[in-house]
Every structure is written in C-alpha cells, then in structure tokens.
Design a protein around this ligand. Structure first.
Ligand SMILES: Nc1ncnc2c1ncn2[C@@H]1O[C@H](COP(=O)(O)OP(=O)(O)OP(=O)(O)O)[C@@H](O)[C@H]1O
Length: 226
C-alpha cells in the first residue's frame, strides 16, 4: 500500500507566483493494482506522481510505501528508494541521443552490476513486446514520437521495478499500440507489480486492466472509483 497523508506541494513557496499544485491530498493506492489519475491540465497529476515516485518532496504531509515513511528520507536514501522501487515513464523522455535504442533501454540496469547479456536479452524481449525489436540498433533520435514513447516504456521496465510510474504513457499511441500497452500493464499487474499513471485518454480509464481511477482538480482529489 502507498499511503499519502495530507500531502501538499507548493512551488515558489512564499514568493510571488506561489502555486499550490497539490492541496492536502490523503489517499491510499493499492499494490498489485493499476491506478490512473485523470483531471484537467494543471490539476497536479504530474506533481503528485513525482512525489509518489520519490522524485520530489512534499511541502507538507507524509508518504509511506508499505508502511515505510519515504517523504522525510535524506537525499541519498531517497535516490536509493527511487532506483530500487520505481520505473518511470515521464512526459520528457530523457532518452540519450547518440546511443542506440537497445543501449538506452539497458542503461538503467548498469549500476546494478547484472550480467550484461541477461540485461540485453530482457531488453530485447521488452522491445519485442512493444513492437520495437527491429529498431534495437537505431540511434534514438531517429525514432518517431510513438516509438520514442514505447522506448521509454521499455526502459522503465528493464529493472523489473515493483512499481511502474507513467505520465501520459499513451499520448502519442494509436489504438492498436494503446491496447498493446494495456496488455503489458495487465501482465505486469498479474506478475504482482503496481502501475500508477496519469492519463487524459478515456480508453485507459475504461480499460479492464485498470483497477482505480482518481480524478483531480486544482490539486485536490474530487472523485475516485474502482
Ligand atoms: N516546477 C514548477 N514550478 C512552478 N510551478 C509548477 C512547476 N511544476 C508545475 N507547476 C504548476 O503546478 C500546477 C500543477 O502542475 P502539474 O504538472 O502537476 O499538472 P498536471 O495535472 O500534470 O498537468 P498536465 O495534464 O498538463 O500534465 C500547474 O499550475 C503548473 O503550472
């Protein structure tokens, strides 16, 4: 269980242009489930995902992962938590130009000291599942928008992290690829993984694999259904 207690995030705190991006949110997110945040642009979804994924700290409130308080951890421990617990697909994909698709996908596994051949085999299997096996050797800057997005998904999955966090993962995908993505999400959940994402896409909110949909507005939770 991921628990948020009265989480608030202010940007530019105490300065002109202060923004209350997340406003006093309390919430429980089930493990082994797929949870989707929806809501208008600027409602705080990405900010909340960043806090859950230990990429940002709340200005106030607490975040617990399986009962462990993570919101107050020193930076060193937060980095470790981030690396061992989460895989990320963010809107800015941060793929590294000049490296091939396969190199980009295997990169997050480098600090973990695994056998590179095993990592590569796993990367190729993920690329195959996402319809990208034929592009493994291609420098990432030549990939299309939708291919880049799938590359980011493959990379997020490489470390078999228990929690996958994805910000608008299907924004550039057509219906066929959206369904393929949802099948992967369903398979991850069936393997006991947790998936938390944001989406503007009704195909995602209505998908069989999705267990909970949480609506946000102005930094607050305004609806929740399972
Ligand atoms: N680094 C930042 N500094 C200042 N304000 C920020 C920063 N990041 C986000 N914001 C503001 O916080 C609010 C919430 O932004 P956030 O990106 O979390 O919304 P969102 O619901 O994910 O939007 P979208 O659907 O457009 O991605 C917005 O008003 C945004 O302008």
């Amino acid at each position: 269980m991921i628990s948020l207690h009265a989480v608030t995030k202010l940007y530019n705190e105490g300065r002109p242009g202060e923004v209350r991006a997340v406003d006093n949110v309390s919430l429980e997110i089930e493990r082994d489930a797929v949870t989707v945040f929806k809501g208008p642009s600027g409602s705080g979804k990405t900010t909340l995902l960043s806090i859950i994924g230990c990429m940002a700290r709340p200005s106030a409130g607490r975040v617990l992962i399986d009962g462990r308080l993570v919101s107050g951890l020193p930076e060193r421990f937060l980095t470790e938590e981030r690396r061992s617990t989460f895989g990320f697909v963010f809107q800015r994909f941060n793929l590294i130009r000049g490296l091939s698709l396969l190199e980009n996908v295997t990169l997050p596994a480098a600090p973990l000291g695994e056998d590179p051949r095993e990592v590569e085999a796993r990367a190729l299997a993920r690329l195959e599942a996402l319809g990208l096996a034929g592009k493994a050797a291609m420098p990432v800057e030549y990939l299309s928008g939708g291919e880049t997005q799938r590359a980011a998904i493959a990379r997020a999955l490489i470390n078999d992290a228990p929690i996958l966090i994805a910000d608008e993962p299907t924004a550039n995908l057509d219906t066929e690829l959206t369904h393929r993505f949802l099948d992967i999400v369903g398979a991850l959940r069936d393997e006991g993984r947790t998936v938390i994402m944001t989406s503007h896409d009704p195909r995602i909110w209505q998908a069989d694999h999705v267990n909970a949909v949480i609506s946000m507005q102005d930094g607050r939770i305004v609806g929740e259904y399972a």
